[in-house]
Design a protein around this ligand. Structure first.
Ligand code: C6P
Length: 418
């Protein structure tokens, strides 16, 4: 395999990298006569034709509303939707598909918990604990919840090497803690947080545990039962699936005890002009016509990733990030951020004397797509002492040749701007 791939990578992915690349129509895109090196996968990944076809086939052959129609087409649509739910349950090791709620994305999944659990269970004196490396999606819903319930939001700080300060966490998580909401893998550093240690602290305190898994489910095997979490949130579009669909996993007994999120069709059992009773989980939390085609697309994305192998993906992205960090360290005008160990295909850096926005624009001229900005993690940027960084994030189709192009372009940018 190495010899066949030598022109695009010197790593040895466990899959046929060239064949995988051919599955992604967008990777054929030329920008100014060059193939686009797409290195913004933590923002969203590209989609293979298997996912595009699953969505388009659904609309061509099975489209109807779900859980309503008595005719056979409706039954096919319902089966396609519910089969996607079973695929998700098995992908994340959930004990039953009753704990899988389709949402618009990770953001909506976290807001659902803040609304349906938080607003009915928190009072002044109670505490919610997050960390300094949260994405805004796992921070703002808790700020709003604390404001509305009179509860208090606290956060676990970082050590000087930018890992979570577990000593501080032990002091912060206590009897008053009702929920710990933790980012599983940081979207800025790519590093995997010590979930087991923090979950033990939460359990000792009798608190619930929510994981923001938007960057972990796409990158590594995730099993909600092994993680022992109460809630887990992620988005489909960061793992080859379409936009507009994500998942909240919730422990079924907990979901059963929670209030609905939104009201409307589908989430009810019996309705009078004065009151209503609720449908069973998970449908109690899926008001209105759901994102059926998107759920079908997410199921196809999970099938694709399962065939590639989540352990293989984890290994390869770790190697690719390691190679990127190594190459960046060759240049004395680059500052790398985050803990030293590479992980998860995410590398964050700055180039001396160049604003990240200017750099990203320069790289775009070289047909390289990276993200520049605060990455929706402004408190973390404050902690790093910068307003913004540049982030290269890789996925299963990226190659070391693309990283080499990035390195060359960074050298060129440095001499151009300085
Ligand atoms: N991070 C990034 O470029 P949504 O927008 O709902 O699909 O995902 C929100 C989200 C939540 N948590 C983490 C850790 C995330 O990384 C994200 C999305 C993207 O880093 C877009 S800002």
């Amino acid at each position: 395999m190495t010899r066949e791939l030598a022109d695009i990578t010197h790593l040895e992915p466990a899959w046929d990298l060239k064949a995988v690349r051919r599955d992604f129509p967008l990777l054929e895109l030329q920008q100014d006569g060059r193939p686009l090196a797409y290195l913004d996968n933590a923002a969203t990944t590209q989609k293979p034709r298997q996912v595009i076809d699953a969505i388009s086939d659904y609309y061509r052959r099975d489209n109807a509303n779900v859980h309503r129609a008595i005719y056979r087409l409706g039954a096919r649509a319902t089966e396609a939707y519910e089969s996607a739910r079973r695929t998700v349950a098995s992908f994340i090791g959930a004990e039953t598909d009753k704990g899988i709620i389709f949402t618009r994305g990770a953001t909506e999944a976290i807001n659902l918990v803040a609304y349906s659990w938080g607003r009915h269970n928190l009072k002044p004196g109670d505490e919610i604990v997050v960390t300094l490396m949260e994405h805004h999606s796992n921070l703002i819903p808790w700020q709003l919840l604390a404001r509305d319930t009179g509860s208090t939001l606290r956060h676990i700080p970082l050590t000087p090497d930018f890992t979570l300060d577990l000593e501080a966490a032990r002091k912060i998580i206590g009897q008053q803690t009702k929920l710990v909401a933790l980012v599983h893998k940081s979207n800025v550093f790519g590093v995997e947080n010590p979930v087991a240690e923090i979950t033990n602290m939460a359990r000792d305190a009798g608190a619930l545990m929510l994981l923001d898994a938007a960057q972990s489910v796409p990158h590594m095997p995730v099993n909600v039962q092994q993680l022992d979490c109460d809630f887990l949130a992620f988005s489909g579009h960061k793992m080859l699936g379409p936009t507009g669909v994500g998942v909240l996993y919730g422990r079924p007994d907990l979901l059963d005890s929670m209030q609905p999120f939104q009201g409307g069709g589908e989430m009810i059992d019996r309705v009078t002009m004065e009151s209503a009773t609720w449908n069973d989980i998970p449908w109690k939390f899926e008001a209105g016509t759901p994102n059926i085609a998107q759920a079908v697309g997410l199921g196809a994305a999970m099938d694709y990733l399962t065939a590639v192998g989540m352990n293989n993906i984890h290994d390869y992205l770790g190697q690719l990030a390691g190679y990127t960090r190594e190459r960046l360290q060759e240049m004395d005008f680059i500052t790398l951020y985050g803990p030293p160990e590479s992980s998860s295909g995410i590398v964050t850096f700055n180039v001396d004397g160049i604003h990240p926005h200017d750099l990203a624009q320069f790289l775009d001229q070289e047909a390289i797509a990276v993200r520049a900005g605060h990455h929706c993690a402004q408190p973390l940027m404050d902690c790093l002492g910068v307003a913004a960084t540049t982030r290269a994030s890789m996925y299963i189709y990226n190659t070391t040749a693309e990283i080499d192009r990035l390195i060359e372009a960074l050298r060129k940018a440095h001499s151009f701007f300085n």
